[in-house]
Ligand binder design. Structure first.
Ligand code: APR
Ligand code: PHB
Length: 390
C-alpha cells in the first residue's frame, strides 16, 4: 500500500489529523492496534478547551459536540469547608471550556472518517517503523501470516504512551522527562444527576476529590487513592462515603448516589519526550507527553500538536514550504511544557502528599489563599485552564 501520511494510532490525535488532512486532499492511512469497540469503550476525561473545540469544527466533526456539549464558564475549588468559584469567563477575557466526553468525541471522529471513506485499519499487530530518517520511510504490520507494507512520505506517531513510535527513536537521541506522583485517581461513572452544574475540584486533608459530569444525567467523580489500592477494594458504598467526606457538608448532603457503571484507578504521571520529530517521524499527543488529569490538559495538550502538524503538512504539500515541519518539535514542545507546568501546579496545589513536611503544607495553603486574593493569580489559572493560544 501507499499513502502520503501513515498515522499510527486511532485515538483522538490520529483520527483528528487524518480527518483534517483528508479535507485538504492529503491521503492518510490510520493503523490502530485495538478494535473500534475497544477504543470506544475507554472512559476518558471530558473537558475540551476552546482551541480543541474549534479544531473539531474545522474537521467538520463539531455538530454533536455543539449540540450536546455544555459550555462551562467557571468551576469551583472546594477547600476548608467552602466553595470558591473560578470565573473562567471573567478572568480569561471571555473564554470558556466545553464539557463533552472524549469517548463521544472519538466516536464523532470515527463516524466522520467513515463518511469520507477514510482508511482506518483496526487490530493491526506488530507495527514497525522503517527508514524513518530517509525520504522513503515505510511502516509494516502483521495481518495473519502476512506482512503488510505501507510506503509513505511521513509517519505520525499518535499511538499513545505505550505505543511503538516513540521507541523507534534511538536512545541516544531521545530524552525523557518524567515525574510520578505517589497516588492515583479512583474514578466512578454513574447514572445520577451531577451534584453541581459546574466542576468542583476539592482539596481535603483526606485527599483530593473531583466532581465532574458528562451530562445532566451522567456524573463522573474521582477521589485520590494510594497507588497500592485496587478497584476491587472499593465498593460503591465506600466510594460514595469517602467522596462525601472530602466535600463541603452542603455539597455532600445533596449528592445523589447510585450504582457505578464504570470504576477504574489511574496513576498520575507527568512525562515529556524530546524531540518530537526524528527524520520523517513526528510524534503527537500521548505518544510524546502525559499530564496528570488535574488541569484537564490531556487531550488539550494533543490539540496544539495536531494543529501545528496539520498546518506544517499543508504548507509542505501545497507550497513546498517545509519550515513548519522543521520547527514542529520546538514549537510543539514550547506549548507542551506550559501545559506540563500548569498540570503539575494544579496537582501540587490540590492533592495531599503522604510525605509532606508541615512547611510544605503551609506553602500549599498559602498558594490557595494567594490564588483567591489576587485577580492576577486567578487570571493565570483561567488562561491556562481554557488553553493558551496555539
Ligand atoms: N500500533 C497501532 N496502534 C497503537 C499501538 C501500536 N503499536 N500502540 C498504541 N496504539 C493505539 C492505542 O490503542 C490507542 O487507541 O494508539 C491509540 C492512542 O490513542 P490515545 O492513547 O487516546 O492517545 P491520543 O490519541 O494522543 O489522545 C490523547 O487521550 O489518553 C488520552 O489523556 C489523553 O486526553 C488525551 C488523549
Ligand atoms: C473528567 O470529567 O473526567 C475530568 C474533568 C476534569 C479533569 C479531569 C477529568 O480535570
Amino acid at each position: 500500500m501507499k499513502t502520503q501520511v501513515c498515522i499510527i494510532g486511532g485515538g483522538p490525535s490520529g483520527l483528528m489529523l487524518s480527518q483534517l488532512l483528508h479535507l485538504k486532499d492529503i491521503d492518510t492511512i490510520v493503523l490502530e492496534r485495538q478494535s473500534r469497540e475497544y477504543v470506544l469503550g475507554r472512559i476518558r476525561a471530558g473537558v475540551l478547551e476552546h482551541g480543541f473545540a474549534d479544531l473539531m469544527r474545522e474537521a467538520r466533526c463539531g455538530e454533536r459536540m455543539d449540540r450536546e456539549g455544555e459550555i462551562h464558564e467557571g468551576f469551583y475549588i472546594a477547600h476548608d469547608g467552602i466553595l470558591d468559584r473560578v470565573d473562567l469567563h471573567k478572568y480569561s477575557g471571555g473564554n470558556s471550556v466545553v464539557v463533552y466526553g472524549q469517548t463521544e468525541l472519538t466516536r464523532d471522529l470515527y463516524e466522520a472518517r467513515d463518511r469520507m471513506q477514510g482508511k482506518v485499519i483496526h487490530n493491526v499487530e506488530g507495527v514497525q517503523l522503517h527508514d524513518i530518517r530517509t525520504a522513503a520511510p515505510y511502516v509494516t504490520y502483521r495481518d495473519g501470516d502476512e506482512i503488510v507494507r505501507i510506503d509513505c512520505d511521513y509517519i505520525i506517531g499518535a499511538d499513545g504512551f505505550h505505543g511503538v513510535s516513540r521507541k523507534s527513536i534511538p536512545n541516544n537521541v531521545l530524552v525523557e522527562y518524567e515525574r510520578l506522583y505517589p497516588f492515583g485517581w479512583l474514578g466512578v461513572l454513574s447514572r445520577t444527576k451531577p451534584v453541581s452544574p459546574e466542576l468542583i475540584y476539592a482539596k481535603h486533608e483526606r485527599g483530593f476529590a473531583l466532581c465532574s459530569l458528562r451530562s445532566q444525567v451522567l456524573s463522573r467523580y474521582y477521589i485520590q487513592v494510594p497507588l497500592t489500592d485496587s478497584v476491587d477494594g472499593w465498593s460503591d458504598d465506600e466510594f460514595w462515603a469517602e467522596l462525601k467526606r472530602r466535600l463541603p457538608e452542603d455539597v455532600a448532603a445533596r449528592m445523589e448516589t447510585g450504582p457505578s457503571i464504570e470504576k477504574s484507578i489511574a496513576p498520575l504521571r507527568s512525562f515529556v519526550a524530546e524531540p518530537m520529530r526524528y527524520g520523517n517521524l513526528f510524534l503527537a499527543g500521548d505518544a510524546a507527553h502525559i499530564v496528570p488529569p488535574t488541569g484537564a490538559r490531556g487531550l488539550n495538550s494533543a490539540a496544539s500538536d495536531i494543529y501545528y502538524l496539520y498546518h506544517a503538512m499543508l504548507s509542505s504539500y501545497r507550497d513546498g514550504d517545509d519550515s513548519g515541519l522543521e520547527n514542529y518539535s520546538s514549537k510543539a514542545l514550547a506549548r507542551v511544557w506550559k501545559a506540563q507546568r500548569f498540570s503539575w501546579w494544579m496537582t501540587m496545589l490540590l492533592h495531599t502528599f503522604p510525605n509532606d513536611i508541615p512547611y510544605d503544607q503551609r506553602l500549599q495553603q498559602t498558594d490557595l489563599e494567594y490564588l483567591f486574593s489576587s485577580d492576577k493569580a486567578l487570571g493565570s489559572l483561567a488562561e491556562n485552564y481554557v488553553g493558551l493560544p496555539f
